[in-house]
Design a protein. Structure first.
Length: 331
């Protein structure tokens, strides 16, 4: 999830674990610990682009690291606070601030390697990386906490905020199952044979959902709004397996295949090859000239053929939001 949401969640968890001992200093510790796992972005920025993407939500989001890191940071906090909080409580606060960060990230499309060094990423794909309806209940609870020094009242506010936001996550799971059923039913009715399907929400909402469907030679992409009255239709995109042979054995290509979990299309434009990650959707509706949210262009460098992420244009975000808004209404 976005950094602001992780900060708010971290503060809420720190308040639950140690609000009585640390009072408003839970805001400092919660904010730091709530965003600590995402420091891998800073490390990744110092690496070659594809390597930076590969490490994101890897070891920094692993249960194994938290089990080692929590006692050390807990001990450090006891030294800073000079016996205002004991080692057990400080360690517990650290662990849950870190662990809830990862649990929340698991609901997104990118997922986390929570069981690192196992390579598998766990991604429920039920919520977009920014969703105000999850964040706002926690933010309101924290604002109420700032207005009182009564520990029991503060804990009551935070508990309610966490219950509401957590219920929203459970709701996202239920709606995803409903959307998945709709897509599977449409595929069956249209006589489409497929090997795999993934369903995920579009930006900022739980109403409009995307589906990626894998067939032996193609990918079928579709969307479904809870307000739709028309049958679901699928748009065909060739896997272009013939283009893959030109990249066979390329280190960046092999890494990107792992990153995308096999959901990708190779395309060419002006003699350049592009790796398009299907998991994060399209920026347009042009099946002849699709523009994917995450694409990498293979360029010749002094180190050979390397993948460079295609930069987003200034108006891409606006066009995407306009497209989503139209579809939310069932258009």
């Amino acid at each position: 999830m976005d950094s602001f949401t992780q900060i708010v969640l971290g503060i809420a968890v720190a308040e639950i674990c140690a609000g009585k001992e640390l009072k408003n200093r839970t805001f400092v510790y919660g904010a730091i610990l709530g965003t600590l796992p995402d420091f891998d972005v800073i490390i990744g920025s110092l690496l070659y682009p594809v390597d930076g993407v590969m490490i994101h939500r890897g070891i920094s989001h692993s249960l194994l690291l938290f089990l080692f890191l929590s006692p050390f940071l807990g001990w450090l906090i006891t030294k800073i606070e000079k016996k205002k909080i004991n080692f057990t409580k400080a360690t517990t606060m650290v662990f849950w601030c870190l662990f809830t960060h990862v649990l929340l990230d698991m609901f997104t499309s990118w997922g986390t390697q929570i069981l690192w060094p196992i390579e598998k990423r766990f991604a429920l794909k039920t919520i977009f990386v920014i969703d105000p309806l999850y964040t706002i209940p926690l933010l309101i609870a924290i604002l109420f906490v700032l207005k009182t020094k009564n520990f029991l009242l503060r804990k009551k506010y935070i508990t309610r905020g966490l219950l509401i936001s957590s219920s929203y996550l459970l709701l996202s799971c239920a709606i995803k199952l409903y959307a998945l059923h709709k897509f599977e039913k449409a595929l069956h009715q249209q006589g489409i044979t497929y090997s795999e399907i993934i369903v995920k929400p579009t930006a900022f909402n739980l109403i409009l959902w995307n589906a990626n469907v894998a067939t032996p030679t193609d990918y079928l992409l579709s969307d479904y709004s809870l307000f739709d009255s028309q049958p679901i239709s699928f748009t065909n995109y060739s896997k272009n397996t013939d283009l893959e042979t030109k990249l066979k054995g390329n280190p960046d290509f092999e890494k990107l295949k792992k990153i995308s979990e096999g959901w990708y299309i190779i395309s060419n434009d002006n003699a350049s090859l592009y790796f398009n990650d299907l998991r994060f959707g399209l920026l347009n509706n042009d099946s002849n000239h699709p523009q994917f949210a995450f694409s990498y262009q293979f360029v010749n460098t002094k180190y050979g053929l390397q993948a460079i992420e295609v930069p987003k244009e200034k108006g891409d975000g606006k066009r995407l939001l306009e497209k989503i808004f139209r579809r939310l209404k069932g258009n």
